[in-house]
Ligand binder design. Structure first.
Ligand code: S3P
Length: 428
């Protein structure tokens, strides 16, 4: 974690941009392609290390995944064609890879060891291990299976009614992948809605999955069909540019072809409530997902209270930067999950804002930001991609040179972010 970059501001952002492909759908598209029988063709797959971890994990299980420039081809041969990996599968920094793969291999009659980097090995895994055990998988791991590495002896699974301890798109997807391989019916009950790409995509692909009510999803034994998909731009990457344009006077930016899943763009409403000047227009639908344009112009912001449930959690580092530039106090509540992301994001976001010269205090389940006049600073990613990107977003808006230590963490989701900032900041 030694790479350091300098970002000089303020630089207004103008013009149009197509963001990197959506990360959550990219993980799912690779896995669903492997489950299908036939060729799946994906364009604009998310470029970062996390999705490369999923592609690598599938390859280790015997799936032929070929990436050639902007096209990735998955030669799906159905779940029965997966075989035991010759070595432990390294999921890198990607919780999504590890948790989803746990559900996939739980139904296979062989042993798989799933592990990851230091951050991933500290993250909670009981949430996925316990329901998979209830379906019949034998899973061992650090601290009784609460942490990776996880050793999963898969085999015959039985469908069950499973109630999740907390809403989670990753865990729900793991259980859907297990449910598609299980005998009988699997029902997944969530205390509150989590992101729903798995339901939308698999339903569009003809897999036996149905929503019973807002909380309950029903899965039968079966598989999706192969498909072609152009991944839309990632809203969780868009948030950094939307905030950067909002807080940098003179900005006028259009983001084309962005995923507009309602559960993924609630951060836009939070920003609009703070005074942001944003328009959204849907143009397309892909595998049940709305896609369109986000336009944003610079605007003065004021503080607000943001209840950070599931669908807004990844966007908090960027929204906290917006809070730093706003008049008054911005409060993030109900966000205890921040503490178990790629870093303890309550602490790492507070550290970022304090370094920028802004008042920020941690709370057990969130943080309080006292907006002010952020200044040039020496910032640190703490090895967390979204902290690195939030730091660059702030640095682009403040006068003078700021440095970001540990910039290489950004490669997990948005390796080209600084290039995109440079391009948008060029005089027309
Ligand atoms: C994800 C779900 C969310 C999100 C993560 C990706 C997904 O986590 O924070 O970055 O792709 O399903 P949870 O599993 O905690 O919902």
């Amino acid at each position: 974690m030694t790479s350091s970059v300098t970002v000089s501001g303020p630089r207004p952002l103008r013009g149009r941009l197509r963001l990197p492909g959506e990360k959550g759908m990219s993980h799912r598209a690779l896995i669903f392609g492997a489950l299908a029988r036939g060729e799946t063709r994906l364009t604009s797959l998310a470029p970062g290390d996390d999705v490369a971890s999923t592609a690598g994990a599938l390859a280790a299980l015997g799936v032929d995944v070929q990436r050639d420039q902007d096209t990735t081809v998955v030669a799906g041969r159905g779940v029965d064609a997966l075989h035991e990996s010759g070595s432990d599968i390294d999921c890198g920094n990607s919780g999504t890879t590890l948790r989803m793969l746990a559900g996939l291999v739980a139904g296979r009659p062989f042993k798989t060891v799933l592990t990851g980097d230091e951050s991933l090995r500290t993250r909670p895994m009981a949430r996925v291990v316990e329901p998979l055990r209830a379906m019949g998988a034998v899973i061992e791991g650090d601290d009784g299976g609460r942490r990776a590495p996880l050793t999963i002896q898969g085999g015959e699974l039985t469908g069950r009614r499973l109630t999740l301890a907390q809403p989670s798109g990753q865990v729900k997807t793991a259980l859907v992948l297990a449910g598609l391989q299980a005998h009988g019916t699997t029902e997944i009950v969530e205390p509150a809605p989590s992101r729903d790409h798995t339901e939308r995509m698999l339903t569009a692909l003809g897999a036996p999955l149905e929503r019973v009510d807002r909380q309950t999803l029903r899965v039968e034994h079966g598989a999706p069909r192969p498909f072609d998909l152009e991944l839309p731009g990632d809203p969780s990457s868009a948030v950094f540019l939307v905030v950067a344009a909002t807080i940098t006077p003179g900005s006028d930016l259009v983001l084309d072809d962005v995923l507009l899943n309602p559960g993924r763009i609630e951060f836009l409403e939070a920003l609009q409530r703070m005074g942001a000047d944003i328009d959204v227009e849907q143009h397309d639908e892909r595998l049940g997902e709305p896609v369109g344009t986000i336009s944003v112009r610079a605007a003065p912001l004021h503080g607000t209270v943001i209840h950070a449930h599931e669908s807004i959690i990844d966007e908090i580092p960027a929204l906290a930067v917006a809070g730093a530039f706003a008049d008054g106090v911005t409060e993030f509540r109900d966000a205890a999950e921040l503490r178990v992301k790629e870093s303890d994001r309550v602490l790492t976001v507070v550290d970022l804002l304090v370094a920028l010269g802004v008042g920020a205090e941690p709370r057990d389940d969130g943080l309080v930001v006292r907006g002010g006049r952020p200044g040039r600073a020496s910032l640190h990613s703490h090895g967390d991609h979204r902290i690195a990107l939030a730091a660059a977003t702030a640095a682009n808006a403040v006068p003078g040179d700021s440095t970001i230590e540990g910039w290489d963490a950004a490669a997990v989701s948005y390796p080209g972010f600084l290039d995109d900032l440079d391009r948008l900041a060029e005089p027309a």
